[in-house]
Design a protein around this ligand. Structure first.
Ligand SMILES: *[C@@H]1O[C@H](CO)[C@@H](O)[C@H](O)[C@H]1NC(C)=O
Ligand SMILES: *[C@@H]1O[C@H](CO)[C@@H](O)[C@H](O)[C@H]1NC(C)=O
Length: 608
């Protein structure tokens, strides 16, 4: 009887039901199966395919870059509540600039986003969990003193509503800066000038006739505003607005559904950096018009435009000097050279775009531009947003890859010296861990807190968030004399080893103790509270399963499921084939119930 079935149905029969029952219930079985299959396909097409298309597959990725340790691998500490990224430095043995790195990691793989200082090996120096978004974390000098500065606020629609913060070496907030005229402080730039003024960016929604770009007559445009302000008084010293010089038609950003409401204006210009040279000329980078604009510091007139639809420069580098796109961070390097980070891509760009840092030379009187050096990532990253370029004191160049969790140091000629990832590069396009900018700088931090400590049965672990000057941890025990007026004697000194240092307890030690932080010259920087071994429930000595084990267990689980599924599928199929064979030996029909008995088919087979 089964001979009349088509071969495809024969093949599918083991999964759809067999024999007579197949004919009886075929529709009621086929339709749900078809619906499930189609929905799975639709889901795969909508969600998985675009995601898979974002991978940048390439040979030779390390385990780290393939995500073996997670999208954004991190480590935690016993004595400190925050996590810090586990980084990968390539090539092996690379000598990175020994100064500290300043980043502000955020994204789905970052538990507590905020400003962060790492040393050249990637060890945590300082972090601070901030609410909202933190960006543009760096060291700036103001009136001869170094400050940590960052923007903090709420990001919406690609710009921000917040303020700039300035922290002193004790990590105390000294200034909170806002734009003049009641504008909201935007996340893109905050530069303290050599004259101790601040350059800031702001986005102001203004009523605007957008019919020239196919928008509403009574529309809304985001005006790109730069201000120079007095840091002490907040007084406005200079202001420039893009809408006076660039019409909406100069934009490459599609209008889309924007421009109808004040809260959703047309972001046609998108200022993302402002710089000033010693001749008082401002340099303004606008991502959505692909322009770098030089603005006269007194009149506010546009002196020239480089790039975009208003480009005035002859390109002596076959387009590479003027055809940058969606760029960031335009900075003067001398009176006729500038650097910028050419994203060459936005989230809608095709996948072949490659981003890079670039040093340009301008002949301003005759309006000519050429590329002097480009700085490419060894894996040819496409960075759809953010990014920066910093020329270090020694002439080397640091490029922060913004939307990709990486920063790279180059020689002045563009050779990669040291490439650092703080996320797995195979997933960079997903932006699970990003830092708007990355900087290197010296920094001295002397927190006004006490060092943190945690104990296990065998040791005490000490750390001190932000303390850059600790060279040695000194373990001191109470001498047992007067509990009302404790004096301590030194038991041993242990050199600081990374953010958290382990100090094994002396054997048979049960008393009170403290740990003192010493500078390299022996001066006391601070000390823990008085602690006692065994006075608190000690932590387990065995570390928790680390991330690679978690990944391994998940993979093993999936593998087991697949193997089991395959095993059952094959065994069911072969049972079906056997029962088919049985039928040709025994033409007598047998009851459906028998077919559901797994022993049955095997039994018959064995009998043959
Ligand atoms: C600093 O002030 C001097 C004198 O007003 C001016 O010439 C110079 O351009 C200013 N520099 C910056 C970076 O603002
Ligand atoms: C505590 O001890 C020190 C010497 O070890 C002594 O100089 C000091 O007066 C004592 N203080 C009190 C309050 O007893």
């Amino acid at each position: 009887m089964s001979m009349r079935k088509s071969s495809a149905v024969t093949l599918l029969s083991p999964w759809l039901g067999r024999g007579d029952r197949f004919r009886k219930c075929s529709l009621s079985r086929w339709i749900p199966a078809l619906v499930v299959a189609l929905s799975a396909l639709a889901l795969f097409w909508t969600y998985a395919v675009p995601q898979l298309a974002r991978f940048r597959f390439r040979g030779g990725l390390s385990w780290y870059d393939m995500g073996w340790y997670g999208f954004g691998p991190s480590r935690n500490y016993a004595s400190f509540n925050e996590e810090s990224p586990v980084i990968e430095i390539t090539p092996a043995g690379a000598q990175c600039d020994p100064r500290y790195t300043f980043i502000a990691p955020r994204g789905d793989s970052v538990v507590h986003p905020g400003p962060m200082i790492l040393d050249a090996k990637g060890e945590l120096i300082w972090t601070k969990p901030n609410s909202g978004t933190t960006q543009d974390f760096k060291v700036q000098s103001y009136r001869g003193q170094d400050y940590l500065t960052y923007w903090q606020g709420d990001e919406e629609d690609g710009h921000g509503r917040g303020s700039w913060y300035m922290l002193d070496s004790a990590y105390t907030i000294r200034y909170i800066v806002s734009p003049a005229g009641g504008l909201e402080g935007d996340l893109h730039d905050f530069q303290i000038t050599s004259n101790n003024t601040a350059l800031i960016t702001a986005y102001e929604p203004i009523p605007y006739d957008l019919t020239s770009v196919g928008g509403p007559e009574l529309g809304w445009l985001y005006d790109g505003v730069i201000q120079e302000i007095n840091l002490e008084t907040g007084e406005l010293l200079f202001e420039w607005r893009s809408s006076r010089f660039y019409p909406p038609e100069s934009s490459y950003e599609p209008l889309g559904e924007k421009g109808h409401e004040r809260i959703l204006g047309y972001d046609y210009f998108h200022i993302n950096s402002v710089d000033k040279d010693n001749h008082g000329r401002y340099l303004v980078s606008a991502r959505h018009t692909h322009t770098v604009t030089c603005v006269d510091g007194t009149s506010g007139e546009v002196l020239w435009s480089l790039g975009g639809k208003d480009n005035e420069f002859l390109d002596e580098s076959d387009g590479a000097a003027t055809q940058f796109a969606w760029q960031h961070d335009a900075r003067w390097q001398s009176s006729n050279t500038l650097t910028l980070f050419n994203n060459a891509a936005n989230p809608e760009s095709d996948r072949s775009s490659v981003s890079h840092g670039v040093l340009l030379e301008l002949d301003i009187p005759s309006r000519k531009a050429k590329v002097l050096t480009t700085y490419d990532h060894p894996q040819e990253l496409m960075v759809v947003s953010q990014g920066n370029l910093q020329v270090l004191d020694n002439g080397n160049v640091l490029v922060g890859w913004g939307h990709s969790a990486a920063f790279t140091e180059f020689s002045p000629e563009g050779t990669v010296l040291c490439d650092v990832h703080f996320g797995a590069s195979a997933y960079f396009t997903f932006g699970r861990i990003v830092s708007y900018r990355s900087f290197k700088s010296n920094w001295i931090g002397m927190p006004n807190t006490v060092p943190d400590a945690a104990m296990t049965r065998e040791r005490v672990l000490v750390s001190w968030n932000g303390a850059t000057e600790v060279a040695t941890w000194r373990f001191q025990a109470w001498d047992g004399a007067d509990i009302n007026n404790m004096t301590f004697s030194t038991i041993k000194d242990v050199g600081r080893s990374g953010f958290e240092t382990e100090i094994p307890f002396p054997s048979d030690f049960t008393s009170y103790f403290r740990v003192v932080a010493l500078k390299s010259d022996g001066a006391v920087l601070g000390m823990t509270e008085v602690l006692q071994r065994g006075s608190t429930e000690p932590m387990e000595d065995s570390p928790a399963l680390d991330h690679s084990w978690r990944v391994a267990i998940v993979l093993l689980f999936i593998l087991c499921c697949l193997t089991l599924g395959l095993y059952f599928a094959i065994s069911r199929f072969s049972r079906y084939r056997r029962s088919q064979r049985d039928r040709s030996y025994r033409p007598l029909a047998h009851k459906d119930e028998d077919e559901d008995d797994p022993e049955n088919g095997i039994g018959h087979h064995m009998a043959i």
